[in-house]
Ligand binder design. Structure first.
Ligand SMILES: Cc1cc2nc3c(=O)[nH]c(=O)nc-3n(C[C@H](O)[C@H](O)[C@H](O)COP(=O)(O)OP(=O)(O)OC[C@H]3O[C@@H](n4cnc5c(N)ncnc54)[C@H](O)[C@@H]3O)c2cc1C
Length: 492
């Protein structure tokens, strides 16, 4: 068991002299966090929660704003989520953050909740739900029923198995919210996944998993492929776990934070007494015996007893001395293109814009240059805001074919999430045998806001238990050092 006092003593014993020179470490900092996304901000939150006396937390963010892949885009004066947009109803850390920070929960946009879906193969719609503009609830109910039956008719009972597959995975994931008394601290991703019965799903592709469960090939090739392409820009050859998480993100009752999910990161950082360095990119991390020297591109250097990398290392240019070793992996780039204008129905072989679905998904085909198009907002019958995802940047020439009106276009190239594979190989949480940590090692299990928060919560406990000289793995019986019970979800 660790206590606040024990942790404080450990931290004091690590204190080193400071120097004010620009090229010498400026001051001694207990924990330095690189990255202000949901992983870095929740780590700061959980460190304060479990050890309120942790002396100083410094956070470095290379961009002028916090939030990382939780970011908004403003197009024609209106703001929309540009990266991570939706949360699952059982994303309990995100829900707790939202309530704790007095943020407002918002339902999904029309396209995210609507049943108006079309599956496009580059030439024709393979499947299209019936759409209705009727506001009458009874009409809506019957249309929704008809659409469910049409889907059932096309994909058979496998469609029902899809829910079960997702529910089992979500239920296993809920183990990460169990009380700290019964939940071990994990020093590697593999053990963390094995404990929740999720590891096996990372050893097979989603396709292998679903074929094994006797899902209909048509369901896998069409609807399920549409979902993995929307959520991870990849085919059903992603790992079974990333696939299940992706399918969970296509269910009902999805939500987001009104005004932008990034506010969770901002609020957590504000509440956690963090010294935030915006527009300061860490270029090197050197183990100098008793501490880490972090150098930034601004010419500053900082001495940190504990350093946590809270961003994917895959495309990071930061130099580590001594070098670190992690499995080589690629990030999947997703190009998000936002257009204010009007789709061209003729491009899709239709007569009227009103015949187009609010969410247009695609199957795997070399002919297709985009993965999905969704309506973010209908301003009026001839004026919409759309979001397109693609694996490559969409040229103006192509956009001019897809759209009949294009008043404004914004493109964002995201180093979005891991390029998933199976069997998945995981980077370590601990990058050396001292205090250099990597939260985003967990991202190769699945990349979501909630999985980042769950990994950060474990990391806070891992850091504190190691400072207290404890064995992390299998360390049942740890106790929180605060009585902060309002952070627990209602089922605890
Ligand atoms: C297009 C898109 C759609 C998505 N949709 C969803 C969704 O609907 N739901 C969902 O849950 N998840 C979604 N995700 C995934 C989700 O965004 C991520 O899993 C999550 O936000 C990762 O958070 P993070 O804190 O781990 O990393 P990031 O958010 O990437 O944070 C890392 C931060 O570190 C900073 N940084 C990097 N290097 C340095 C350096 N050397 N020095 C200083 N700062 C540095 C970066 O600028 C960044 O701000 C989506 C992602 C994308 C790209």
């Amino acid at each position: 068991m660790f206590t606040a006092t024990l942790i404080t003593l450990s931290l004091l014993s690590l204190t080193i002299p400071s120097s004010s020179s620009d090229h010498q470490p400026q001051s001694t900092t207990d924990v330095c966090i690189i990255g202000s996304g949901i992983a870095g901000s929740s780590l700061a939150h959980f460190l304060r929660k479990y050890s309120p006396t942790t002396a100083q937390i410094r956070m470095f963010e290379r961009h002028p704003v916090v939030g990382g892949r939780m970011a908004t885009v403003t197009i024609a004066g209106e703001t929309f989520e540009a990266g991570a947009s939706i949360l699952h109803p059982k994303n309990y850390h995100a829900l707790n953050f939202t309530h704790m920070l007095n943020l407002k929960v918002k339902g999904p946009s029309a396209s995210e909740s609507s049943f108006s879906l079309g599956i496009w193969d580059g030439q024709k719609f393979l499947f299209k739900t019936i759409d209705s503009n009727s506001k009458n609830q009874i009409v809506q109910y019957f249309i929704s029923l008809a659409n469910s039956l049409r889907m059932l008719f096309r994909y058979g009972v496998s469609l029902l198995k899809m829910n079960t597959f997702v529910e089992v995975t979500v239920d296993n994931f809920l183990k990460y919210y169990e009380s700290e008394e019964s939940r071990p601290i994990f020093s590697n991703v593999e053990d963390m996944l094995k404990w929740a019965d999720l590891y096996n799903l990372t050893t097979h592709t989603l396709e292998e998993e679903l074929v094994g469960l006797k899902f209909s090939p048509l369901l896998i090739q069409e609807l399920i492929t549409v979902i993995t392409r929307i959520n991870y820009g990849q085919s059903v050859r992603i790992s079974g776990l990333a696939g299940a998480v992706s399918l969970a993100g296509s269910g009902g009752d999805l939500w987001s934070v009104e005004g932008g999910n990034w506010q969770m990161a901002a609020g957590l950082i504000n509440q956690s007494d963090v010294t935030l360095h915006l527009q300061e990119e860490i270029s090197s991390i050197t183990n100098v015996g008793g501490f880490y020297e972090l150098k930034s591109t601004n010419g500053n250097s900082y001495a940190c007893q504990i350093t946590v990398v809270a961003t994917p290392l895959d495309e990071l240019t930061t130099q580590f001395t001594p070098e670190i070793s992690i499995p080589e992996r690629k990030l999947q780039h997703t190009y998000a293109t936002f257009v204010r204008g009007l789709l061209n129905p003729a491009y899709f072989g239709l007569n009227s814009v009103s015949d187009l679905p609010e969410l247009l998904g695609t199957i795997e085909s070399s002919e297709l240059q985009f993965t999905c198009i969704s309506v973010l907002k209908e301003h009026n019958a001839n004026d919409f805001t759309y979001k397109l995802f693609s694996r490559q940047s969409l040229t103006d020439a192509l956009l001019d074919q897809i759209f009949s009106i294009r008043n404004e276009t914004i493109r964002i190239n995201w180093g979005a999430y891991p390029h998933y594979q199976a069997p998945e190989e995981f980077a370590p949480f601990m990058l050396d045998d001292r205090h250099l940590y990597y939260v985003n090692a967990f991202e190769n299990a699945a990349s979501t806001m909630e999985t980042s928060a769950v990994a950060a919560e474990n990391m806070a406990r891992l850091i504190l238990s190691r400072l207290a000289g404890q064995q992390p793995l299998g360390s049942y019986g740890l106790k929180s050092s605060t009585s902060d019970s309002n952070l627990q979800h209602p089922e605890l």
